[in-house]
Each structure stands twice: as structure tokens, then as C-alpha cells.
Design a protein around this ligand. Structure first.
Ligand SMILES: C[S@@+](CC[C@H](N)C(=O)[O-])C[C@H]1O[C@@H](n2cnc3c(N)ncnc32)[C@H](O)[C@@H]1O
Ligand code: SF4
Length: 371
């Protein structure tokens, strides 16, 4: 069989700077010593990485296609501002990267960490989706998390998105320190958020290490489960589909970029600590933080198949039972009886209850030793 051309049409870029470090965050980021000098260093990192990345792509027979998704994450990429959009425009031109006609181009935004000028410049180069880190609209909660912005900053940003009729998503976190003690009213917070008509919500359960400064103040598992299921039911009733463990979208507003991860498609990545994937070659790569160098991981066929199953099950891509031996049918029946999945022919999809239990369900699946 002739080798099909392998293409990459999805790109993630990691911008690693923040104004302040939130006490729970495990993403790679730092406070710049001097934002201009640091951004300059970041630009040379991206410049030098391109050739390394090109070599990797060529080794495995990949070429670029017009980008259907671009995602600028961080860190706080809205701090990159118009210097970033100007750099990226030239970078894309220099390396002949084109945006496809309907390219979904997302940039993460922090409340209080953006300017109108910066936003306009990103929009002028094609950014058309904005992801806002809110975490909570409760003043006490954001103080616990050491967020650097105020609630007013959040509303100011939401107002900007709403007035300009932009496609935007909001990040919230559940299971926050002292939320049980203070009886956090997450539904009340979401009702306030809905006034700005977001297209999408990401709702993450806080994960922290044991040495986290508020480890002892974390709520009980029962509280977190109740909070998660209340949120899922509420958002569903408001017309947001629970389409992935932590994600809810209005019709037509699912994150196309993230769907590429959940479908195990190839996604290129650039920037310190960013991780990319060449799907057909089964190669994952991760960029070093200080030098534009990458480490590679080659997945075996079985590792790839299990990972693909995990990624598909955690979203409404769904799992095809035909891809697995009969043993899984019994398990699927058990899950179905407990309300963890719905079935449509040979496809299975998790319910909100199933998404909540994804880790233990995947444990059940792997323990069958299917492969
Ligand atoms: C890549 S982070 C960057 C977002 C942005 N810098 C901000 O803080 O607003 C994207 C999202 O991940 C979530 N997140 C960060 N740390 C987390 C943690 N320890 N547990 C769960 N979710 C977390 C937050 O909701 C955050 O908005
Ligand atoms: S602003 Fe975002 S990326 Fe930066 S430390 Fe806080 S949570 Fe992490």
C-alpha cells in the first residue's frame, strides 16, 4: 500500500510567563525578570526550535498543511500582547505556515493581564476564540488561590468579550480550599457568568501535591462529587453539552483543537515544556524548558491503542467496542447498568457520572489486559 502523505494542521504554542504565580499551578511558567528581554529570549527559542521540529517532521515523513487549529496557551499568553501577534505573523510567513479558512485560533487570557490594543492585534492576525481563566467568582476563593486579579477584572474582561460578540470559554475550578467550609455557591457563580453568554466552559477539579499549603483545607471527596454533578446538570440544562470530562459547549462550539488530542490526531507543539504528537509515527515529544531541545517517546502499537481508547472515552469521540475483544462487552454492560455510559450500536459514551469516575473506569478497562 502506498504511504499516505502525513500532515500536521494543528499547532500549540506555550507562552511561559505570568505576572504572579498562583499557589496551586503546576504548568511550566515563570515571572519575567524584564518582560521585554524575556520575550526576546522566548522569540529566539521559537526561532531555533523550528528547525529542530522541521527535522523531526521530515524524519517521519510529515509536512505542514494549512492550520485548522492554533492554540496559544501558558502561562499567560495575553501578556505577549501586540509584540506577540507581530512576531507570530512574521514567524508564520517566514516558515510558510498558513491558516486554513476556518482556522480555530485560540488564545488564553488572564483577567487583568491584557490590553484592548493587544487583543485587537491578536484578532487582526486571526485569533477568534478566547479562553479566560476565572476559577471562581467568589472573592474568598480567588484569595485562597493567590490569584493576582480582582473579580472586577474578570467582569471587565467578560464585558469586552460580550460587547465584541467574541467566541469565548471560561475556566472554573472545583474542589477549592475551604469551599466546603464556606459552602461555595458554584451555581450562583455560573449564573453570574451566564449573563455574558459564554460559548464554552472548562470546569476542572483542583489537583495539588501533598505539600500544597492548603492541603488540609481541601473539601471531602463527597463534596467534590456533589459539586461536579451539580455543575454538569446545571450547564446541561442551560444548553451546554458535557462533551469531555471537564468541558461543556454550546452547539458548534466544542474546542476543535482539544478534540484533536482526544481523537489522538497529530498536534505540533512549540515552546518551553510544550508536548506534541505525531500520530501515525506514534511519536510524542516534549520541549526542554531552557534550550530548544526535545526528548522523544516512541509508543508501541499496544500503548498507542490503549492511549487512543483512553482519549476517546474521555470525550464524546466515544469508544468503539469492535476495537476490543469480547471481554469488554461484559464490562460495558456493568457500566451501563450503573449509569456510567450510554450506548449507540457498538459505540459507548460516558455520562457525566462516568466522566467523574473516568480514572477508576479506565483502571477496570486496563485490568482486563485486552491487548
Ligand atoms: C494552562 S492554565 C492557564 C490559564 C491562565 N494562566 C489562568 O490562570 O487564568 C489553564 C487552566 O488550567 C486550570 N488549572 C491550572 N492549575 C490547575 C490545577 N492544579 N488543578 C486543576 N486545574 C488547574 C485552570 O482552570 C486554568 O485556567
Ligand atoms: S496565571 Fe495561570 S499559568 Fe500563571 S501561575 Fe496562575 S494558573 Fe498558572
Amino acid at each position: 500500500m502506498p504511504n499516505l502523505p502525513k500532515i500536521i494542521d494543528s499547532l500549540y504554542i506555550h507562552f511561559p510567563y505570568c505576572r504572579h504565580l498562583c499557589n496551586y499551578c503546576d504548568f511550566y511558567k515563570k515571572i519575567p525578570d524584564n518582560i521585554e528581554t524575556d520575550v526576546h529570549q522566548f522569540h529566539s527559542y521559537l526561532e531555533q526550535s523550528f528547525e529542530v521540529h522541521q527535522n523531526l517532521m521530515e524524519t517521519h515523513g510529515y509536512s505542514w498543511a494549512p492550520l485548522t487549529t492554533v492554540y496559544i496557551g501558558g502561562g499567560t499568553p495575553s501578556l505577549w500582547g501586540s509584540a506577540g501577534s507581530t512576531f507570530l505573523k512574521q514567524y508564520f510567513e517566514k516558515h510558510q505556515l498558513k491558516l486554513a479558512d476556518n482556522c480555530e485560533f485560540t488564545i488564553e487570557v488572564n483577567p487583568g493581564g491584557w490590553t484592548e490594543e493587544g487583543m485587537s492585534s491578536w484578532r487582526s492576525i486571526g485569533a477568534n476564540r478566547f479562553s479566560l481563566g476565572v476559577q471562581s467568582l467568589d472573592k474568598n476563593m480567588i484569595e485562597f488561590l493567590d490569584r493576582v486579579h480582582t473579580i472586577d477584572d474578570v467582569f471587565e474582561t467578560l464585558d469586552y468579550f460580550h460587547k465584541n460578540d467574541l467566541n469565548f470559554s471560561m475556566d472554573f475550578m472545583l474542589g477549592l480550599p475551604s469551599s466546603e467550609k464556606f459552602n461555595r455557591d458554584i451555581i450562583g457563580e455560573l449564573k453570574q457568568a451566564l449573563q455574558f453568554e459564554p460559548d464554552h466552559f472548562s470546569v476542572y477539579i483542583l489537583t495539588v501535591k501533598e505539600n500544597y499549603k492548603f492541603f488540609k483545607n481541601l473539601p471531602s471527596e463527597e463534596w467534590i462529587e456533589k459539586e461536579f454533578l451539580e455543575v454538569a446538570t446545571f450547564l446541561k440544562d442551560q444548553g451546554y453539552k458535557h462533551y469531555e470530562v471537564s468541558n461543556f459547549a454550546k452547539t458548534g462550539r466544542r474546542s476543535q483543537h482539544n478534540l484533536n488530542y482526544w481523537k489522538s490526531h497529530s498536534v505540533a507543539a512549540l515552546g518551553p515544556s510544550a508536548t506534541g504528537f505525531l500520530s501515525e509515527a506514534k511519536v510524542r515529544y516534549k520541549w526542554a524548558t531552557l534550550k530548544p531541545e526535545m526528548t522523544l517517546e516512541h509508543l508501541t502499537d499496544n500503548e498507542f491503542k490503549l492511549e487512543r481508547a483512553y482519549m476517546a472515552l474521555r470525550s464524546d469521540v466515544g469508544l468503539n467496542l469492535k476495537d476490543f475483544p469480547d471481554a469488554i462487552s461484559e464490562l460495558a454492560e456493568k457500566w451501563s447498568d450503573k449509569g456510567y455510559i450510554t450506548r449507540s450500536g457498538e459505540m459507548i459514551y460516558l455520562t457525566s457520572q462516568g466522566y467523574l469516575l473516568i480514572d477508576s473506569l479506565m483502571g477496570d478497562l486496563f485490568s482486563l489486559k485486552l491487548l
